[in-house]
Design a protein around this ligand. Sequence first.
Ligand SMILES: Nc1ncnc2c1ncn2[C@@H]1O[C@H](COP(=O)(O)OP(=O)(O)OP(=O)(O)O)[C@@H](O)[C@H]1O
Length: 245
Amino acid sequence: MRWGRRAEAATAASAATLPRTAIELRDVAHFYGDRPVLTDVSLTLTERRIGVIGGNGSGKSTFARLLNGLVVPSTGTVLVDGLNTRTQGREVRRRVGFVFQDPDAQIVHPTVEEDLAFGPHNQGLPAEETARRVDEMLVRYGLAGHRDHPAHLLSGGQKQLLAIAGVLVMQPQRIVFDEPTTLLDLANTRRVSRVIDALEQDAVVVTHHLDLLDGFDRVLVFEDGRVVADGPPAETVPWYAARMS
Ligand SMILES: Nc1ncnc2c1ncn2[C@@H]1O[C@H](COP(=O)(O)OP(=O)(O)OP(=O)(O)O)[C@@H](O)[C@H]1O
């Protein structure tokens, strides 16, 4: 595990030999008004499963939003496979899907099927391909019996699965999850955890549920807008838990 500035320096040094597929943050800072919420963040993200943890208000969601260009940094650069989120946001968002904490923020269409079809339709996919993908998602996420169901009447867990399916149906190469289990009971938390485990895509998961990070490759710990620890969960998670107690 690497801590604080040493970790950032070591990660920045490896940027010269950047693999083809990576998210790279170079000297990133972000301010809301004149208030800094992220400072001095330089990271190269290549692992399949990356967790992001930290106390309330430590900057995790802002960090997550930087990764697909929902937020552009006040200073510094975020590159996704070499694409700059500041100037190539649309292409970046095609590659990096984002699952919001509250599925109601993401579910915008009256029925489950219409909601799933919205993204691919927007991408300009032919109707048959959209229908094929929608069918596949309905089956994979246990929503086939709810095809014509009003989306807002689904249970909390089903809504979260629909929100995830609504991102996956667009076949992004990576997915960022911002606290995907916060609103869920234990059974649905486990279900979403299994869904994340089984994803083919790379995933970055912001969470307060530390169990979700079992088997992850790397965990970043945020504190006051900085990465204060960076390493495998077996080291970072107990370190963070001890720090918070
Ligand atoms: N749109 C915004 N405008 C102004 N301030 C914001 C905005 N979004 C976040 N902030 C502030 O930035 C700081 C970091 O917020 P952020 O949501 O990134 O933290 P977080 O680590 O995800 O917190 P939590 O665990 O509580 O969700 C907080 O103090 C928050 O109030």
